[in-house]
Design a protein around this ligand. Structure first.
Ligand SMILES: [Zn+2]
Length: 326
């Protein structure tokens, strides 16, 4: 029996998800998963201390010593350098050029001095998790596009996770379109599609329209203290509000055109569409799929499968742990 234990983390802008994972004869099983708030604790050192807390607590609950962990995989929404420990750019955390592996080693050095730590892009981890154990099993070429706070992508070709020459392939949210050239992106450049159609950008656009009297909070059905999000557009779209129809048409065209162009280049077997905005807004998702089918080359869509995530919150932690084996 070959039992190994891994900790997987998926660090978002406000939460850190974590899971203790058992690898037994090639099968991976999540023993427990948790969510920790990192709101207000967002320096690399602060987040590393959250990781320390987990390393101290969770293995102990299963009578495992932190030193017996075979690896710690950390997925994070950002661009990771080819050394797989430096975060080049994580806009939601405002981290740039951070050696996060060193920060974690500093935080847990006394608990698990020899454990290997791998840092991965969150969409690479999610795509790899869904490919190995979720919705995309047995699909050898996969494009994953997630619209959440930002827009991320992960790419598997012929069963291999594509990392690119500099470990930053799949950064689909930072593709540029001339229509968005005046939109500044968290990556430091202008014109990225994420700066127009990511969840954070959607909220910004609604707020801007409310402030400029293009639409009222009442028309959007917002309570007095409710923050406008993609879901209020989805709700208003279903109520046939012209503003919401136009908003979703424009947003879906942007995302659909982006994905159609990626399909023209990659010709994947399947498209995995997820993330809080697409999963929480089915009308937007349908419009995006319509545009993809309309705009991508016919030869590449004839057999294209559209699939939904099945691992949900576990995909990133499981995928990050799996990447420790690579
Ligand atoms: Zn960008």
């Amino acid at each position: 029996m070959d039992n190994k234990y891994f900790l997987g983390f998926d660090i978002g802008g406000t939460n850190a998800r974590c899971a203790l994972i058992l690898s037994e004869n090639g099968q991976f099983k999540i023993l427990t998963s948790q969510k920790h708030s990192i709101r207000g604790a967002q320096t690399p050192k602060d987040v590393a201390l959250v990781i320390r807390h987990v390393v101290e607590k969770i293995p102990a609950d299963f009578n495992i010593s932190p030193n017996d962990l075979s690896g710690i995989g950390v997925a994070i929404a950002g661009q990771i350098a080819i050394d797989e420990h430096t975060i080049l750019n994580a806009p939601n955390l405002n981290w740039h050029g951070v050696d996060f592996q060193a920060a974690i080693h500093d935080a847990i050095g006394d608990l698990a001095p020899d454990v290997s730590i791998k840092i991965a892009n969150d969409l690479n981890a999610i795509a790899w998790g869904e490919y190995n154990f979720g919705a995309a099993r047995s699909i050898s070429s996969l494009l994953a596009v997630y619209v959440g706070t930002g827009i991320g992508g992960g790419l598997i070709i012929d069963g291999k996770l594509m990392l690119g020459a500099d470990n930053v392939s799949g950064e689909i949210g930072h593709c540029k379109f001339p229509h968005y050239k005046d939109y500044p992106c968290g990556c430091g450049q202008n014109g990225c599609i994420e700066a127009f159609a990511g969840g954070k950008a959607i909220e910004y656009r609604i707020l801007h329209d409310i402030q400029n009297n293009v639409i009222t909070r009442e028309a959007l059905g917002l309570d007095a203290d409710e923050h406008p999000t993609a879901r209020c557009i989805e709700r208003a779209y279903k109520n046939d509000l012209p503003y919401a129809r136009a908003f979703w048409d424009e947003t879906a065209l942007a995302i659909g055109m982006l994905i159609a162009n990626a399909i023209a280049i990659l010709n994947p077997h399947a498209l995995l569409l997820g993330g809080g905005v697409l999963e929480g807004c089915p009308s937007l998702l349908h419009l995006v799929i319509d545009h993809v089918m309309d705009l991508a080359p016919r030869s590449a869509t004839a057999n294209l499968q559209f699939i939904k995530p099945t691992l949900h919150d576990d995909a990133g932690t499981l995928g990050a742990a799996l990447l420790c084996l690579k």
